[in-house]
Design a protein around this ligand. Structure first.
Ligand code: UT7
Length: 357
């Protein structure tokens, strides 16, 4: 599929579930029961970065909207942050670790290539020997794992899932590359998803629908070449900078605007909702100009888009759940509101989730 025209849903149509009232979105019977967040203490401002590379606060703010980001301590890992965010989500959901029977972590900066960060989190949170695995879909990771968890819960074999996006991007940035090091930050966001005992099939709360897509032909515009089997770690690969994130920012920007716009519109219209029915859009926090263009394209005012990238930068898989938790904490989402989560990232991957709070 060509990313320049892709929506991931072009061939799909809305088909009401048996018995559902046409025109009302049909739920999946799965809802977010609690959210949680964790960001490291250390704040790295734009001014701090001017001491590392040839840049200015003015350039970074004008081109990205980012003013500062959080940086994990040297010994603080993606699993450490995931445990903090996950514990908070459990607390807010009113559940104990023993209630969780599925743990999925989305990350491109796992503690180690293996075992999965989800296994480390499962152990550290004191859960039983339940299913735990990682998913790598970069900045779309949280949308991907929310869909995977929703489907597994719907199967009836699982009851409560803990899904976490966590990243220590500071560990894969080239701090001599001004085109990337100014953009990213560290953190973790989490959500507990549960089967709704009474179901939410007819306009009730919960996850309504998800669109996922990917286009591997654009894998060369955002990637990290080293560390896998193609370029294993050697002294030469480290010296060549193969273990740093590489990006063609301008290309990613163009595709991001198109894909996030299309995915957000499709998920609403495919469910017989108008764009204005979305009380809040939680977009991936990559660049304020991308979000402004999304707002223009959807003809929705900027106050319908939650943003925290000015304070956290781009935290990849943690970006959407961090923003979701913040919006919930700030009371920006009320019961009955339709909310759209939308993201794009390396792969390229993209996804959108429609839910009713
Ligand atoms: O989660 C997905 C991950 N990625 C993204 O979402 C990134 C999407 N892309 C972007 O956000 C933007 O493309 C960037 C913020 C990365 C770059 O903004 P841009 O407006 O596309 O700038 P550009 O790459 O076209 O560069 C314009 C100029 C260049 O100088 P010349 O060639 O015009 O002289 C760059 O060298 O800005 C220069 N530049 C900088 N100058 C000061 C690039 N980075 C910096 C910097 N400070 N940090």
């Amino acid at each position: 599929m060509n990313p320049h025209s892709a929506s991931g849903s072009e061939t799909e149509s809305f088909i009401p579930a048996p018995g559902a009232t046409r025109g009302k979105p049909v739920g999946t019977g799965v809802a977010i029961r609690g959210t949680g967040a964790y960001t490291p203490e250390k704040v790295l401002t734009n001014d701090d970065i001017t001491h590392l590379v040839d840049t200015t606060d003015e350039w970074i703010v004008t081109r990205t909207g980012i003013r500062e980001r959080r940086i994990a301590a040297p010994d603080e890992t993606a699993a450490d942050m995931a445990v903090r965010a996950g514990a908070r989500a459990l607390e807010k959901a009113g559940l104990n670790p023993a209630d969780i029977d599925l743990v999925i972590v989305a990350t491109i900066t796992p503690d180690m290539p293996f075992p999965s960060t989800a296994c480390l989190v499962q152990d550290r949170l004191g859960m039983g020997p339940v299913c735990a695995f990682d998913v790598e879909a970069a900045c779309s990771g949280f949308i991907y794992i929310t869909e995977i968890a929703t489907s597994m819960l719907q199967s009836g074999r699982f009851h409560n899932a803990l899904v976490i996006g966590t990243e220590k991007l500071s560990s894969i940035l080239d701090w001599n590359d001004r085109s990337t090091c100014v953009l990213f930050g560290d953190g973790a966001g989490a959500a507990v998803l549960s089967r709704e005992e009474n179901g939410n099939g007819d306009g009730g709360r919960g996850i309504i629908d998800t669109r996922l897509g990917a286009d591997g032909s654009a894998s060369n515009i955002l990637y990290m070449p080293g560390g896998g089997c193609r370029i294993p770690a050697t002294a030469a690969s480290v010296t060549a900078g193969h273990h740093f994130l590489k990006m063609n920012g301008r290309e990613v920007f163009k595709i991001a605007v198109r894909i996030m716009g299309q995915a957000s519109q499709d998920i609403l219209t495919d469910n017989n909702l108008g764009l204005g029915d979305a009380a809040l859009i939680i977009p991936h926090q990559a660049n304020s100009r991308i979000i402004e263009m999304l707002s223009e394209r959807m003809k929705l005012p900027m106050d319908r888009f939650h943003m925290n990238l000015d304070r956290l930068g781009n935290t990849s898989a943690a970006s959407v759940p961090l923003a979701l938790d913040e919006a919930v904490e700030q009371g920006k989402i009320r019961p009955g509101d339709y909310v759209v989560l939308v993201a794009f990232g390396a792969g390229l991957t993209w996804g959108a989730t429609l839910l009713r709070w």
